[in-house]
Ligand binder design. Structure first.
Ligand code: PLP
Length: 404
């Protein structure tokens, strides 16, 4: 059995037990190796790390706060709840941590053009943001169905100078946008860098995204020591592809005293066809360049997925999470739309924080967990993003009419 090394990484690069790997067309393989080499060289280079740290501090606004949620703690009547406030970053989510890192790698490789896939548009907006910042050309692939559902984000990307290309193949949603982006990359890898949005895809993306998002737990580890004089007992984060969760877990993986919990989307219920609960219902497969768990039918065709939260609406999950689940190192729970919407309203009323509906899947788990624990226990929950984008859909869910 492959083990986790003392520096928290896995023993074979790109392989998490039987999961991960680089399942791509032969044409793309050498380019992925070039990306891996460039990224590893960058991480050894003090100038790269200094530039990244400078951007994280002065552009993204890091460190993000670790906030003691006194009202929630009192109301839930159990463990002490701290919130890691990724919603306070520039562009309103954790995604900026990853896009800054990868765009710097792209620049170092001499690439002039960034491409990305996007579902709800959040990763597209983040990529378009760094492309604007670095003066790079940018093209975002987005399922046609998604471009119609998320017109505001399409316009945002265009404001930032990106070209948004609607993808009509397949079901014209996120998974099809990933395929289109991979195809475009294979055709134009000479000048183009594919900036992948989560801890998924072929090696080196899961490792790179883990690394760039681990700033979340690097900070929280120090912040909780300062605030509480000790390390936490639980880390809770939502899981779509798994990037904010792996970043929130990263520095604690080697410490078995810290329980790691990922909250994925159960949609209308894990027993209904309408969910995105890959860790709960998925099976092993190969898709989007990686061996991982997917929601798929008996023929290996990828299922349609559903969640109220567009950011958790992905039929796969990062391979490192599948391995952590298999090793029993992390646990994954599924949270329904209803539970997430309740949590959305709860954290707004209790703490004055409008959190992303994705993040509210993690909050919903905290609402269940905290009351079962003693007041000597500490939970850190990552608020992956802000919820302004979700207000209209929550109103609709509650049957409230909003005229604008
Ligand atoms: C994109 C997004 C997610 C889901 O992505 P992960 O890679 O699983 O972190 C979660 N929360 C917010 C706010 C997002 O924008």
């Amino acid at each position: 059995m492959q083990e986790i090394k003392s520096d928290h990484t896995f023993t074979t690069p790109g392989h998490y037990g039987d999961f991960g790997g680089t399942y791509v067309p032969e044409l793309l393989y050498p380019e992925l190796q070039r990306v891996a080499d460039a990224y590893h060289a960058a991480r050894q280079d003090p100038a790269f790390n200094q530039e990244l740290n400078d951007l994280l501090a002065n552009y993204a606004g890091r460190p993000s706060l670790l906030y003691y949620a006194a009202n929630m703690t009192k109301d839930l009547g159990g463990a002490q709840v701290y919130l890691k406030r990724e919603d306070l970053n520039h562009t309103g989510a954790h995604k900026i941590n990853n896009v800054l890192g990868q765009a710097l790698v792209a620049k170092r490789m001499g690439k002039k053009r960034l491409i990305a896939e996007t579902g709800a548009g959040q990763h597209g907006v983040a990529t378009a943001t760094v492309a604007a910042l670095f003066g790079m050309e940018c093209e975002i692939f987005m399922g046609k169905v998604d471009t119609e559902r998320q017109k505001l984000n399409v316009y945002r990307m265009q404001l930032l100078g990106a070209k948004v290309t609607p993808v009509t193949s397949g079901s014209a949603v996120l998974k099809d946008a990933v395929n289109a982006a991979l195809q475009n990359w294979a055709a134009r890898s000479d000048d183009t860098f594919y900036l992948l949005g989560s801890a998924v895809g072929p090696y080196p993306f899961p490792e790179m995204v883990h690394d760039f998002q681990s700033v979340i737990s690097k900070e929280s580890k120090q912040q909780i020591q300062q605030a509480a004089g000790r390390q936490p007992d639980y880390i809770v984060a939502c899981v779509g592809g798994g990037s904010n969760a792996i970043g929130s877990f990263a520095e604690y993986i080697a410490d078995p005293a810290v329980h790691l919990i990922g909250a994925e989307a159960a949609g209308k219920g894990v027993d209904t066809p309408e969910n995105a609960a890959t860790m709960t219902n998925g099976s092993t497969g190969i898709f989007h360049g990686m061996k991982s768990k997917f929601l798929q039918n008996a023929d290996g065709q990828i299922d349609k997925v559903y969640s109220i939260s567009a950011g958790l609406d992905y039929p796969g999950v990062g391979p490192e999470h599948v391995r952590l689940q298999e090793l029993g190192r992390a646990q994954y729970v599924a949270i329904t739309d209803d539970e997430a919407v309740n949590a959305f309203e709860y954290i707004a009323k209790e703490e004055g924080i409008i959190a992303a509906i994705e993040s509210c899947h993690a909050i919903a788990e905290v609402m269940k967990l905290a009351p079962t624990l003693g007041s000597d226990k500490i939970i850190i929950c990552t608020v992956s993003g802000r919820g302004d984008k979700d207000v209209a859909s929550i109103a609709k869910y509650r049957g409230v009419e909003i005229d604008d």
